[in-house]
Design a protein around this ligand. Structure first.
Ligand code: SF4
Length: 320
């Protein structure tokens, strides 16, 4: 049952079968950690980044890809894959380095596209032109915004402003590259209204996807200190479900949902406990949308059923 436009639905429609993401670590750094902007990183960022571990074990990109491809082919019977350069900032550095990485990826078996995690202040014309020149069927920029509120961005030490995101997403769109905006619910001092302002901000931009995370607290982060001293309190699961409901209700129906929850490493999570229960979170949000007869984009299109909608209408309500 679909009441939001999930990435798996988008990919099945586009390719006619399952397409599986493969996480890769290309060994990039981050200007918010190496001292260029700061050495502290974003307040929620674990110094280990979001790596898969294989890059730090010395495996080449091809070796990492083949390792995961074999696993996912057996587990999900997947034949098509997206390479996901996930760790740190994958467009940070000289053009030559980015080109070398794209060269290593371009002929991998079964690879139909690329997702690149990066920061909006680490993209320019040359980098986007280079990306657009590669013959992948899909290129996504996983672009961190977190909040459209510049005061929040300063508070969480992002080191860029919302305007940087607007510039990067607009430039990428002009070059035919899709942007998946990453945002976080429950940032320090943010209310539900602030979070919905970020949704409104994104609705006005030429983005194609969104990844929404609940803020959770990892070991060895500045946020952990704020949490321990009682300065920061994370959302409860019920609050997060409510925030998601409201966000989906307001979000444009053409924006593909890449994720609706964070995915903390079990040995790094301090709080909240529920952040590790990603299947429970998804089940609850899906049920809540059914119970309240809501779907993505309903606020602006209450009488139109989106093409990706699946559900029964037995109770006579539109889309219920
Ligand atoms: S931009 Fe990403 S990698 Fe860099 S400090 Fe922030 S969360 Fe960590």
């Amino acid at each position: 049952m679909n009441r939001y436009y999930s990435l798996s639905t988008y990919l099945r429609t586009r390719f006619g079968e399952r397409v599986q993401k493969i996480p890769l670590d290309a060994g990039f750094s981050c200007p918010n950690r190496d001292g260029t902007i700061s050495r502290n990183g974003c307040i929620f960022c674990n110094p280990n980044g979001s790596g898969t571990g294989l890059g730090s074990k010395g495996l080449s990109l091809k070796e990492q890809y083949l390792f995961w491809q074999e696993k996912f082919s057996k587990k999900y019977k997947a034949k098509l894959f997206l390479a996901y350069l996930q760790s740190y900032t994958n467009t940070y550095g000289p053009l030559k380095k980015i080109e070398e990485i794209l060269e290593q990826l371009k002929n991998l078996p079964g690879l139909v596209g690329l997702c690149l995690g990066t920061r909006p202040d680490c993209l320019d014309n040359d980098k986007l032109n280079l990306l657009a020149s590669y013959p992948f069927q899909e290129i996504w920029l996983d672009l961190g915004l977190q909040s459209s509120n510049n005061r929040t961005l300063e508070l969480i030490n992002r080191g860029h402003k919302a305007e940087d995101f607007t510039r990067a997403a607009t430039l990428a769109h002009k070059m035919g590259i899709k942007t998946c905006a990453h945002i976080i619910a429950g940032l320090p001092r943010e209310t539900l209204e602030d979070f919905l302002e970020t949704i409104d901000f994104l609705n006005k931009l030429p983005i194609s996807g969104i990844k929404i995370h609940n803020l959770y607290i990892c070991k060895d982060t500045p946020l952990a200190k704020l949490w321990r001293t009682g300065v920061y309190k994370p959302l409860t699961m019920d609050e997060y479900i409510l925030w998601l409901e409201r966000a989906l209700f307001s979000l444009r129906p053409d924006i593909v949902i890449h994720r609706l929850n964070g995915d903390p490493a079990p040995n790094e999570l301090l709080a909240p406990d529920w952040a590790s229960q990603k299947h429970v979170i998804l089940k609850k949000i899906k049920q809540s949308l059914v119970d309240k007869n809501l779907w993505q984009g309903k606020s602006s299109h209450p009488d139109t059923i989106p093409p990706w909608f699946e559900g029964s209408r037995e109770d006579g309500k539109l889309g219920s």
